[in-house]
Design a protein around this ligand. Structure first.
Ligand code: TRP
Ligand code: ZN
Length: 896
């Protein structure tokens, strides 16, 4: 049963259960405080499992009755154990009926059945179903479900669950009911119900085999003018999965429901996806280009889970990346294809794909690298956990997607597709492991992926070193790649991995050289994938007339840190010429990183900061290059994330880093003011707003120009920012102007914040942006008020609530995670505030508390003085009474 708090659960301890469940029949009498759940299930002995009792998990349940084949159990037959029940059963099959009472109104964990704005919603992944009824709540128990819901007809006119609607009807006392049946086997974590006052946008579409299906997006009536984009995204996702993977929607009806209180982004419940409103609602007035992009990719992600996750699911939660890494990879490919499809030339399409890739890699570097370098480091398939909710991580999701991408790179598009086809042919309807998946990839391609499996068991970000030597006499260039993965907590020794490294060589004129490996017939390709399988290996390219510039890890072909000796001139050269747009961006980022870290070191040592002229020239060359896609230029000129830069410092020190960033923005803003103004003027997007990559790219670069100009803050900049703020025709422009004003020392910032609040005071999602912006505000003048005091004051705003995750993520998450210099203020007040808030949140919602707690897990990367200030805060949380397993695991590992 559930282990004692603090004892980890181990992957190698997996055992099938003695009894599985064939059918489940659930009856919900919905009531805010006293919901009664009747669960009748047919349990059957599992011939493949060791003998044992029937095991049921249950949490926060009040048991009203339990019977076995209609009989009251014998004395001692049912035992209460920690986390649930054990029942002795003699027969191979038993009909179990258990009735429980639960209180949705008091459930602030947002796991299980809870209320939000008067409606009822469920969230069962990973272990929420056991908070609804007693059940062997594990993903390897796949059953057929029927559900009857009964609720008050006036407050909950809409009654939804998984699958197909069988029947509805009215009842006495203003009640009504609905019955649903899900024709597919599913694990309990995919169960869902919704009972609320909602309206739907509906579409009927025809699938690839000509079936007519009904699509619905359910929202509150006032939000109906914001659901069109989610519906379009759903239809695009369906088409894409048909075209690219031959995968069709398998139900007659597919529903999306938006709810404003939700712990994560969205959930792929079978036929009834439940979404955080943030990832459904978007219209031009309230959503930015980024919101439109996020809605599209999250809708796609959840839809794609129907095959990668639902039809084939995970045997146990250690296999989470089986569905998440694969599904993230699929949604990334979808986004890249959508962006490319909207482009009007092959060049534009390539650039659009690169922009998507860059966005993926930014998330990996700023979110996953720090995780892999800290106390929570784990392989994409962890070996143990204390609380599974803590393992929905950047490693499982983002690095997991990178691992799938490497398979795609190694096997090719067709080989990958063949592997997928084989996977579904073998495992449809099953709960399987990552070995099963990689096994299908290997079998379909006759490939040996044994070594590749190390990516599943080894934590830590590998360092890849590239060294080239040119030999004029033999006209050859030898490239040596070597790898090393630093030790991570609990994994001191690392083995070499199978790493695909895409490589090109650039000639002096900036053009790629055709590549010919020694002893091979000339292929003439300009990019080749080298497979590094040992600690070190050299490749020799022949027929090279002059020393080339290597371009290594093109397209970011593996999730590693590339270590390559390049001086500023070489970086500037690749920044101007690398034919691989990803690497061109990366060259610019490396150059910028180098400049920023040098400025920070100067600041820390009390030396004056000075931006190198050569960098200014290289920056200007990109800024003024109007033959490049603006979206790409925006990515190239944007600062690397602070979280990533902290990771790159010898000893992380947020204050001088922030000073360096402010200095760089101001210097460039001043020196290139005229260029920024010209570009800004040119980039204006005419006409009505449309969500389109070309327009979004122009807006992104335009907002970035404004940001640099405002950092310097000349009168022209202030004037342009105010004009844009006041006359913006869409949220991307309005918010862009507000952000530029807030990230400056202009006195206009306060007025703009007030005006924005006034305009959107009743709009929860827009206010989230308003909170986030203030939580993340830098201090541009010593006289400016400290962010912490602002954050405290904002917690008193009537729109703020500690029980709404979106609000917490914006205001507290924004401060703890997106504002290192302010959070790590010298007096330690940021840490005291953190401890206070984590403890307060943990009383109601451990999942949210744990996510906030993670803001300090990487504390050992900081200078000793900073660490000494952080420790007491961690200890204070660790010592708090009644701490959840979620937060216990995080602070425990941080302090270990
Ligand atoms: N499976 C979901 C996804 O990635 C995410 C998820 C996991 C989740 N646990 C959750 C969502 C808890 C909400 C609450 O698509
Ligand atoms: Zn997912």
């Amino acid at each position: 049963m559930r282990t004692q708090q603090g004892t980890p659960i181990r992957r190698d301890a997996y055992q099938p259960l003695a009894y599985t469940v064939a059918t489940v029949d659930l009856d919900f009498m919905l009531d805010p405080q006293e919901t009664v759940v009747t669960n009748r299930m047919r349990c059957v002995r599992n011939p493949d499992a060791p003998a044992g009792p029937l095991v049921l998990f249950g949490e926060a349940l009040e048991r009203l009755s339990l019977s076995l084949d209609g009989q009251v159990p014998a004395a001692g037959q049912v035992r209460e154990v920690e986390g649930g029940l054990e029942i002795d059963v003699d027969a191979d099959e038993v009909l179990l009926e258990v009735v429980t009472r639960i209180d949705p109104s008091a459930n602030l964990t947002l796991s299980g059945l809870y209320q939000s704005r008067g409606g009822y919603y469920t969230q069962c992944e990973a272990e929420g179903f056991r908070r609804i009824t007693y059940f062997p709540d594990r993903p390897d128990i796949m059953a057929r479900y029927t559900v009857r819901l009964e609720a008050d007809a006036a407050t909950c006119p809409v009654l939804l669950s998984n699958g197909n609607l069988l029947e509805t009807g009215t009842l006495p006392n203003g009640r009504h009911f609905a019955r649903w049946e899900d024709p597919f086997l599913k694990p309990s974590y995919l169960f869902a119900l919704v009972a609320a006052d909602l309206k739907a946008l509906e579409r009927r579409v025809t699938t690839m085999t000509g079936r007519d299906v009904l699509l619905q997006v359910w929202v509150e009536a006032r939000d109906l003018d914001r659901v069109g984009h989610a519906m379009d995204s759903l239809i695009h996702s369906m088409r894409w999965d048909e075209e690219v993977f031959g995968l069709e929607l398998d139900l007659d009806r597919f529903m999306i429901v938006a709810v404003s209180d939700f712990n994560m982004g969205a959930m792929e419940n079978k036929g009834l996806n439940i979404f955080n409103t943030k990832y459904v609602l978007a219209n031009p007035e309230t959503g930015t280009d980024l919101d439109f992009e996020n809605v599209e990719s999250v809708v796609a992600h959840e839809y794609f889970h129907n095959w990668t996750g639902n039809r084939v699911t995970c045997r146990d939660w250690f296999q989470l990346t089986l569905k998440e890494g694969l599904t993230v990879f699929r949604d990334q490919q979808f986004t890249a294809d959508m962006m490319a499809r909207a482009s009007d030339s092959a060049d534009a399409a390539a650039s659009a794909r690169a922009v998507t890739r860059i966005a993926n890699v930014r998330v990996l570097r700023s979110g996953q690298f720090p995780e892999d370098a800290g106390p929570m480091a784990h392989p994409i398939r962890p070996d143990s956990y204390q609380e599974i909710n803590n393992f929905y991580t950047a490693t499982v999701y983002q690095k997991g997607a990178e691992v799938i991408r490497m398979l795609h790179t190694l096997l090719g598009r067709e080989g990958f597709r063949n592997g997928m086809d084989l996977y579904f042919s073998y495992h449809d309807g099953q709960a399987v492991t990552c070995d099963d998946f990689v096994g299908c990839m290997a079998e379909a391609n006759g490939a040996d992926l044994d070594l590749f499996m190390r990516w599943y068991s080894q934590a830590g970000t590998p360092r890849l070193k590239a060294e080239g030597v040119y030999d004029a006499a033999s006209r050859s260039y030898s490239l040596t790649l070597s790898q090393h993965t630093p030790a991570t907590s609990g994994q001191p020794d690392k083995l070499p991995l199978h790493i695909p490294v895409a490589v090109g060589l650039i000639g002096a004129d900036g053009a790629d050289l055709p590549l010919q490996l020694e002893g091979e017939a000339r292929a003439g390709e300009t990019t080749r994938v080298l497979e590094l399988k040992a600690e070190s290996h050299s490749w020799c390219f022949t027929g090279i007339d002059a020393e080339p510039v290597p371009s290594v890890l093109r397209g970011y072909s593996a999730p590693v840190i590339l270590d390559i000796a390049e001086d500023d001139t070489r970086l500037a050269f690749r920044m101007a010429h690398d034919s691989d747009p990803f690497n061109r961006w990366d060259a610019a980022q490396r150059y910028m990183e180098r400049v920023i870290l040098a400025l920070a070191a100067d600041k820390a040592a009390g030396r004056p900061m000075q931006v190198p002229q050569a960098f200014g020239h290289a920056f200007r060359a990109l800024l003024t290059n109007d033959s490049l896609d603006p979206a790409f230029v925006a990515e190239t000129l944007a600062l690397p994330a602070e979280a990533y830069l902290l990771e790159r410092m010898e000893q992380a020190d947020p204050a001088p880093l922030r000073a360096a960033l402010i200095h760089l923005l101001r210097e460039l803003g001043q020196a290139l003011q005229a260029d920024f103004v010209v570009r800004y003027m040119d980039l204006e997007v005419e006409g009505d707003y449309r969500y389109h990559p070309a327009d979004a790219g122009r807006r992104a670069l335009r907002n970035l120009c404004l940001r640099y100009m405002m950092a310097w803050g000349g009168p022209t900049a202030v004037q342009l920012a105010i004009l844009q703020f006041q006359h913006a025709g869409n949220m991307t422009e309005r918010y862009g102007a507000l952000a530029a004003l807030v990230q400056s020392d202009s006195p206009e910032r306060c007025k703009a914040l007030e005006a924005f609040h006034e305009r959107y005071r009743d709009d929860a999602l827009v206010l989230d942006k308003w909170f986030l912006l203030q939580a993340g505000a830098w201090r541009w003048a010593d006289s400016a008020p400290a962010t912490l005091e602002q954050v405290r004051a904002l917690m008193g705003n009537p729109a703020f609530s500690l029980s709404n995750p979106n609000k917490v993520y914006s205001l507290l998450g924004g401060y703890f995670k997106a504002n290192p210099a302010e959070f790590h203020r010298e007096d330690g007040a940021g840490y005291a505030f953190w401890a206070e808030q984590v403890i307060a949140l943990d009383r109601n919602n451990p999942q949210v508390a744990s996510r906030m707690a993670r803001a300090l897990e990487g504390w050992r990367k900081f200078t000793p003085e900073i660490q000494a200030r952080i420790r007491p805060a961690l200890e204070r949380v660790a010592a708090a009474e009644g701490l959840s397993p979620d937060v216990t695991e995080i602070v425990g590992k941080a302090l270990a």
